[in-house]
Design a protein around this ligand. Structure first.
Ligand code: XIL
Length: 345
């Protein structure tokens, strides 16, 4: 069986696609997507800098292609992402003199952006990451322009605008490092506030970008259960596991820009040694065991890319490294772990 056959009665198994997939150019990648997955999410083509690079000038070329690809292949299609501080065009937040716009103007821009995008794909995109990454890891609000100009009300407004544009679409809140207890509690409180106001929110997306030693399975499980207790579905939305060290500046959160140092942190450019490959495999299996244990609470597990060569991890947080974070290798061949995951199911 393939992944999607194995997980058929459990949860959707999805993948992020790029324009080379959606256009059919990456034929080997497309073959894997069709065989293995039943849901797709737009890796980049629905982000605001792509969709509305200038005010009022929408460009749907790539997003139309993405949705068409999904429909032709019977995929459950996910839109990513309506409101996010990153990959957002500068104009969104400023007036023609470069000064921050007023609250009213930013709300109007949010509304226009969300309504235009969601209504274009009404009934076709089944779920939207409405807001992405609104919290810091310590559970405080991220000081994005949306937050500093509008205040926390921007969250409920975004969900409301999305709901008005497509009442049947599922609406999600999505974030990373959700295993941090403080961050988890911040999100829990936000969801409760939305629910108290009668605002529709269907699921919490735990991105799931993971390292070999972070997060622990226990911490991830704890957050997963905290979200599920809110009566929303939980989704693992951007899963990958990096084997590379995080190049911090003197052990801090800041990325070191020292090029020599960064290059010294690219240990597997010529291949992943067998012992590391096995550790990675064990880590994948631990996560999938957890997902299966809570299959009644999880509606979707999505990998952030098809093959190792596609992965953003090769270029983040520093460019040009060689990582092995996904289920298919650089030749689009399934890693041995794929059969083992299928066996678990
Ligand atoms: C990443 C893409 O994979 C890259 O191609 C792009 O250059 C930057 O964004 N969290 C998210 C995703 O919600 O949108 C990000 O995707 C990865 C982190």
């Amino acid at each position: 069986p393939t992944l999607k056959e194995a997980f058929k009665d459990k949860f959707l198994i999805g993948v992020a696609t790029n324009t080379n997939h959606d256009s059919g150019k990456d034929t080997a990648g497309v073959r894997v997507i069709k065989q293995q997955f039943n849901s797709i999410v737009a890796e980049n083509c629905m982000k605001s800098e792509v969709i509305q690079p200038k005010e009022g000038q929408f460009d749907f070329t790539k997003s139309d292609q993405f949705v068409k690809f999904g429909e032709e292949n019977n995929m459950f299609i996910i839109g990513h992402t309506l409101i996010w501080h990153s990959q957002a065009p500068d104009w969104f937040f400023v007036d023609d003199k470069g000064k921050d716009v007023s609250k009213e103007v930013l709300i109007e821009r949010m509304k226009n952006h969300i309504s235009t995008l969601v209504s274009r794909y009404k009934g076709r995109v089944k779920g939207w990451d409405v807001v992405n990454e609104a919290f810091n890891d310590d559970g405080t609000w991220r000081e994005s322009k949306f937050y500093t100009i509008i205040g926390e009300e921007y969250i409920s407004l975004a969900f409301q605008f999305a709901h008005e544009a497509d009442p049947d679409a599922e609406l999600y809140y999505n974030d990373y490092s959700m295993s941090h207890e403080a961050k988890c509690q911040g999100v829990v409180k936000m969801v409760k506030d939305l629910q108290a106001k009668g605002i529709k929110i269907d699921a919490i997306g735990m991105q799931g970008h993971s390292m070999m030693d972070f997060p622990t399975i226990d911490a991830f499980e704890k957050s997963l259960l905290a979200f599920a207790a809110l009566n929303v579905k939980v989704m693992i939305t951007e899963f990958d596991i990096t084997v590379l060290p995080f190049p911090t500046k003197e052990g801090g959160a800041e990325v070191s820009m020292n090029v020599e140092y960064q290059q010294s942190l690219n240990p597997y450019a010529n291949g992943l040694p067998e012992d590391m490959a096995q550790k990675l495999e064990a880590r994948y299996l631990d996560f999938f065991k957890l997902f299966l244990k809570h299959q009644d609470k999880i509606s979707r597990v999505t990998l952030w890319g098809v093959s190792d060569g596609d992965s953003w991890r090769n270029d983040w947080p520093v460019k040009g490294r060689t990582d092995y974070p996904l289920l298919f290798d650089r030749n689009h061949e399934p890693k041995p772990v794929v059969a083992k995951i299928i066996e678990l199911a």
